[in-house]
Design a protein around this ligand. Structure first.
Ligand code: 5RP
Length: 224
């Protein structure tokens, strides 16, 4: 079985009847959604909050009932992928451009289950591209601020135009060659004028499920 499929399907075992579930975005979450759709067809009663328009569309096709924060301000758990994970369980997310909704959904969840294949395990985020979602107005000035703190940025493009997120923002994929502290970098980005959100997810992971060729391994993150 595909490594992403092994991780995705393992996560769905945590889903119980009556839960409100955050539905992540990406090719690993795809497998979790397929399995969730199967369980819903067998009678599982859950409601999902999607982290992107793409996930909402897929959930609709799979007949996974959706809900909103107005009806359900707290979620039992969220299943989502990641682009990179350190041994401290810090994440880079946003490869698919859904980082803002992904962070909002994860922050409203009692538990975040992160599903990746083993290619996503990293020792450091130094030299790794970190998506930073920025306001399109004056985005050039935000890019200059990123450069001032050592970020080498690239404006994400799609079909020859700037990529626009579901929340109508741009993404600056930004590489830092030296990151003395990932949490400090996250705080710095958060305070930067023009930055809407960064793809650094710090202290949010509850459970990490890693797909390997021979199966999925599950790591429960100790609570501080
Ligand atoms: C989307 C994300 C995804 O979770 C991340 O990019 C991983 O995707 P995939 O499972 O396709 O590798 O953060 O914004």
């Amino acid at each position: 079985m595909d490594k992403k499929q092994l991780a995705g399907e393992a996560a769905v075992k945590y889903v119980e009847d009556g839960m409100v579930i955050g539905l992540g975005t990406g090719s690993t979450v795809y497998y979790a959604l397929l399995k969730l759709g199967e369980r819903v067809a067998e009678g599982l009663r859950i409601q999902g909050i999607p982290t992107s328009e793409a996930t909402a569309e897929l959930a609709n096709r799979l007949h996974i009932p959706l809900t909103t924060f107005a009806q359900n301000p707290r979620l039992d758990l969220t299943i989502d992928g990641a682009d990179s994970v350190t041994p401290d369980f810090h994440l880079i997310k946003g490869g698919g451009g859904a980082l803002l909704r992904e962070k909002l959904v994860a922050a409203a969840s009692d538990r975040l289950i992160v599903i990746v294949d083993d290619s996503k395990l990293a020792q450091t985020f130094e030299g790794v591209s970190i998506p930073v979602e920025v306001v399109p107005f004056a985005w050039e000035t935000t890019a200059a601020r990123l450069a001032e703190i050592g970020g080498r940025w690239t404006l994400r493009m799609k079909d020859g135009k700037p990529f626009v997120t579901d929340n109508h923002n741009y993404i600056l994929d930004t590489v830092f060659d030296r990151i003395p502290s990932v949490p400090d970098l996250e705080s710095t980005l958060k305070r930067m004028i023009g930055v809407v959100e960064s793809g650094l997810f710090i202290g949010m992971t509850s459970t990490l499920i890693v797909g390997y060729v021979d199966g999925a391994r599950i790591v429960e993150v100790p609570t501080a």
